[in-house]
Design a binder for this molecule. Sequence first.
Ligand code: A8S
Length: 186
Amino acid sequence: MDGGDAYGVLESQYIRRHHRHQPRENQCTSALVKHIKAPVHLVWSLVRRFDQPQRYKPFISRCVVNGDLGIGSVREVNVKSGLPATTSRERLEFLDDEEHILGIKIVGGDHRLKNYSSIITVHPEIIDERPGTMVIESFVVDVPEGNTREETCYFTSTLIACNLKSLADVSERMAVQDRAEPINGF
Ligand code: A8S
């Protein structure tokens, strides 16, 4: 992660502060940024639910967490058909409701993302004079044998971009509904 020209000043600051991965020789890392026209509390309410990733992640069909939810909790995720995987086992590493930071690690499953670790942070910003949200998601993962660093980065970033697009769609729908409620409840 170099936080270089691809990101704006604010993005680079947040990335330097919260998204410090230390990739080994055989790993790749990157960060994606998404601007969402919905307030932070709505976006964070979706992101923080480690037990319900299917609320916004379009490729997940089912998620089960055994036992109490907390740091160290493991979720068993089922992936929709058509993808090169059916299951993933993921552990909650970090959850900060004040700073809006979620960290997970993938610890198993029948896919190719070995030693995958991700951080997602959620920051307030003003978009079109309304409360909006900047979401940053970064990851580090092994480059599998037979693949290049570029292929691995592209594959992973594409999936995350889809997740962030869907997070924006769901949050923005919730925001519109929230704004309409006083009228509906009149
Ligand atoms: C996330 C991020 C990713 C999830 C990927 C990258 C995954 O769920 C999918 C396909 C795979 O091959 C790997 O935060 C895996 O969800 C959609 C099953 C892990």
